[in-house]
Design a protein around this ligand. Structure first.
Ligand code: HEM
Ligand code: MTE
Ligand code: MO
Length: 334
């Protein structure tokens, strides 16, 4: 029956939305554009199937069976995720009450995940080989094509309608406080808090397989490497600043090893390929002034082309070793 096929299509779209959404979060270089666009199109395709799904739902509601509450919760969080995604992408409501639409969007999508898994198990729908008929493929193509056309129409109309969404970066982020560090948001990935660090109490420990060194703030500030580059937070904003400090290859020299770990006073850390040391900056200044406590005083990492969660703040240790850089959680655990 057609209802079953709608359900299978929705399941595939949900998986696609989650996969492209998570990928979009991981990518900070322009080739992520295609992922972000696919994500939007998949979202619109889910909206397009809503009328069909509502027929299935109405039929289901006449039967009494367990788990109705969970099904309704799944509907609710999916609607919240879709609404928040569209509010963010159009710019109609980017933040309110201390939360960004992007945070609500991802939060709701992550709650949807276990609910959807339960829903699939409790209301088992099996794809069949006969689903792959020419006719069904054409229908699927029509849904995706229609969603693509709707997405393109909205993107083209956005500047004409004066929607702020037309100003967003390829990641979907909005500009906040470029070349004005005080106006740039202070954010933590998850639950870190701003530590109190003074110059006298700070040392940077640099270790390689061959040696251990300690740098004081004045030692790091002696270097005058400069990068003008963009911090793009997955919370949905970005800012370009002029950052000054020491390139990591200058601090570690030319050691043997495979990766370089950058660790914060708070315990937060990220690991990078050793070969990228020359592209990474340990910044002590932004806009030619010392960093504020919130932005990472006395030293924070600047990682061009990588999303904000790589830009470790309050750095106290840099370690080169033989571990592969990818041996870490793709997103920080805390
Ligand atoms: C239930 C799963 C999801 C659905 C149905 C969904 C749907 C949507 C929709 C409809 C949009 C607006 C697209 C546009 O108009 O351009 C959007 C935007 C976005 N979503 Fe999702 N999403 C889901 C999960 C996720 C997850 C898990 C993440 C990240 C971890 C994510 C990240 C994003 C980002 C970064 C944008 C902004 C893209 C832009 O501004 O064009 N989404 N999403
Ligand atoms: N130690 C530590 N560094 C961190 C984080 C954190 O939670 N702890 N959050 C990261 C994230 S998600 C972003 S977007 C940037 C934000 O930098 P800002 O507060 O200077 O804007 O810092 C990154 N560095
Ligand atoms: Mo972030």
């Amino acid at each position: 029956m057609a209802g079953r096929r709608t359900n299978v299509a929705l399941l595939l779209l949900l998986i696609g939305a989650l996969a492209t959404g998570v990928l979009a979060f991981g990518i900070g270089t322009p080739w992520g554009t295609i992922v972000v666009i696919s994500h939007g199109v998949i979202g619109f395709a889910i909206v397009a199937l809503a009328p069909w799904k509502s027929i299935i739902v109405r039929r289901g509601m006449t039967r009494s069976r367990g788990g109705r509450g969970t099904s309704l919760a799944l509907t609710l969080v999916t609607v919240v995720a879709l609404t928040a995604g569209i509010l963010h992408a159009t710019g109609l409501l980017v933040s309110a009450a201390g939360l960004t639409a992007m945070q609500v969007h991802v939060g709701a999508a992550l709650i949807a995940l276990p609910l959807a898994a339960w829903h699939v198990v409790a209301r088992r729908t099996r794809p069949r080989r006969t689903d792959l008929t020419r006719r069904n493929l054409i229908k699927a193509g029509a849904v995706l094509g229609g969603a693509g056309a709707a997405y393109a129409a909205l993107e083209l109309a956005a500047p004409r309608l004066g929607l702020p969404g037309s100003e967003r970066r390829f990641t979907g982020s909005y500009e906040r406080g470029s070349f004005d560090p005080d106006a740039m948001p202070v954010t933590q990935w998850f639950n870190d808090s701003v530590p109190k660090i003074d110059e006298a109490g700070w040392v940077l420990a640099v270790t390689t397989p061959a040696e251990s060194m300690e740098f004081r703030l004045a030692d790091v500030a002696d270097y005058e490497d400069e990068m003008t580059t963009t911090l793009d937070c997955t919370g949905g904003w970005y800012a370009t600043q002029v950052w000054t400090g020491a390139r990591l290859d200058r601090l570690v020299g030319d050691p043997s090893g495979r990766s370089i770990l950058v660790r914060s006073a708070t315990g937060y850390s990220r690991r990078f390929p050793l070969g990228s040391a020359a592209d990474l900056l340990l910044a002590t200044r932004v806009g030619d002034r010392p960093l504020s406590a919130g932005h990472g005083y006395p030293a924070r990492l600047v990682a061009p082309g990588r999303r904000g969660f790589w830009w470790v703040k309050w750095v106290t240790a840099i370690e080169v070793d033989d571990r592969p850089w990818w041996l870490q959680s793709p997103f920080p655990p805390t």
